[in-house]
Design a protein around this ligand. Structure first.
Ligand SMILES: Nc1ncnc2c1ncn2[C@@H]1O[C@H](COP(=O)(O)OP(=O)(O)O)[C@@H](O)[C@H]1O
Ligand SMILES: [Mg+2]
Length: 426
């Protein structure tokens, strides 16, 4: 008989709040891991991981870093043949709201302790290159001497072009040291947060010419690389062979996540086949949904001393997840779209239910469902849902066709219990 897991084990069997770092817990995605590995060993290839919210981009990026630093557990697990272990100096950075341009990004990479700063201190040539960089916010960030000046605010003495040059020189000085066999890998997560991306691809191109052995892996929500970097002409060759476009996970992959979670608690609590099927169905390809729902279902089972989770347990938990706003952002988007209208809720749900297997929604299918539930003029509510007032969750793609802006939200809509009860039509 398996031993009873601790509360901590239960709470961490699923991890909706965290990407997967541990290769043993990384499910599926074989082709994409393989593509990533090949991109890492291909000279001159940069990597772009693109896909929807909650689809697993950051988790894959973590695995790319593992592989780039010689930790081959995942490659072994999924039986991908390798040469020598890779040896990159890997630097991970997540862009935020304050990252306005790619120059800001470079500046952050230079001045962050977890990025380049410590290397700059250690390598004299890099330090000399960095000392040329004195924008007002970071005066004294690099100089070991001249502490006196460190509190002073100077006007920027270098143009934006200066940041690019300084970055190039610093990275060049670091790679010249030959500390790592394969050079430097920069993984830039949430790249789509950068407000103005113009010039980044041009910069990458120049960097590649001036410094061998530098690779960028940019990660973000986008349909294609062009959309991600917003520069059309320059991007093609830079990312040739390195574009990892993450689709929804397959049912088998999502089931694997559930099995891995069960295993982490020695299968003390189990999802019966119905519960598994239901959890996979509700996730609609998004591992985030599997982790989110799975976590709370498991917690409830543990609290109630249950050891078998069935389909009905999942439905029960969904209501609790919605009512307590476990994911406050998705929940507030739902509330904003529905607001006080039962009819708009019906239309929103009709759209998400119809969408399931395709990207586009044909309005006729959705209207039919809405009419069946007593909404007389569904088109009016579709009209609402495309506007900012209701969150602009729906986008018109062409005449009579719409799609959800964010497939994760669509999955949440279908999974979430209704605000307005079905029976009370009127
Ligand atoms: N291959 C995977 N195996 C298991 N869980 C995964 C996998 N990829 C993603 N997840 C889980 O899905 C959720 C979303 O993943 P994340 O990497 O943060 O996605 P994104 O960066 O695309 O938003 C997280 O809870 C993460 O733990
Ligand atoms: Mg992410």
């Amino acid at each position: 008989m398996p031993t009873k897991p601790t509360i901590t084990q239960i709470e961490n069997a699923f991890s909706p709040a965290k990407e997967i770092d541990d290769p043993q817990r990384f499910a599926g995605r074989k082709k994409f891991v393989e593509d990533s590995y090949y991109a890492l060993i291909s000279e001159g290839t940069n990597i772009a991981v693109i896909g929807n919210r909650g689809i697993g981009k950051t988790s894959l990026a973590r695995q790319i870093i593992n592989i780039a630093t010689g930790r081959n557990e995942l490659l072994k697990k999924i039986k991908i043949e390798t040469d020598q272990d890779l040896d990159f100096l890997s630097i991970y950075y997540t862009c935020g709201k304050t990252t306005e341009t790619h120059e800001h990004l470079l500046e952050s990479l230079l001045t962050n302790r977890t990025c380049l700063l410590d290397w700059i201190y250690d390598i004299p040539k890099a330090r000399r290159a960095a000392d040329k960089f004195k924008p007002k916010l970071n005066v004294g960030a690099f100089s070991l001497e001249g502490e006196k000046g460190s509190e002073t605010t100077y006007e920027s003495s270098v143009s934006n072009h200066g940041v690019e040059t300084v970055f190039t020189n610093v990275v060049s000085a670091i790679t010249e040291q030959g500390m790592t066999k394969d050079g430097v890998l920069f993984v830039i997560d949430e790249f789509d947060q950068i407000k103005n991306k113009q010039g980044f691809a041009t910069f990458l191109k120049a960097l590649a010419t001036n410094v061998p052995n530098v690779k960028f892996c940019i990660v973000g929500v986008a349909h294609d690389v062009q959309e991600l970097i917003e520069e059309h002409e320059s991007s093609d060759r830079l990312f040739a062979g390195g574009i990892i476009d993450l689709p929804s996970m397959s049912d088998a992959e999502l089931e694997q996540i559930i099995s891995d979670a069960e295993q982490s608690i020695d299968s003390y609590i189990r999802f019966d086949p119905n519960a598994k099927k239901e959890l996979v169905r509700l996730s609609q390809g998004h591992p985030y949904m599997t982790h989110l729902i799975g976590k709370y279902v498991l917690r409830n089972a543990y609290r109630e001393s249950g050891r078998d989770i069935g389909g009905p347990d999942i439905a029960k938990t969904l209501r609790a997840i919605a009512e307590s706003g476990i994911d406050p952002i998705l929940e507030s988007r739902y509330k904003k779209a529905v607001a006080s209208s039962r009819q708009r809720e019906i239309v929103l749900r009709a759209l998400s239910d119809v969408q399931k297997d395709s990207v586009e929604i044909h309005t006729a299918d959705a209207y039919k469902r809405a009419l069946d539930e007593g909404v007389d003029n569904p088109s009016q509510f579709v009209g609402h849902l495309v506007t900012e007032d209701y969150g602009a969750e729906i986008v018109k793609t062409r005449e009579r066709y719409y799609r959800f802006r964010d497939s994760l939200f669509a999955a949440y809509v279908s999974a979430r219990p209704r605000v307005f009860k079905k029976e009370n039509l009127g």
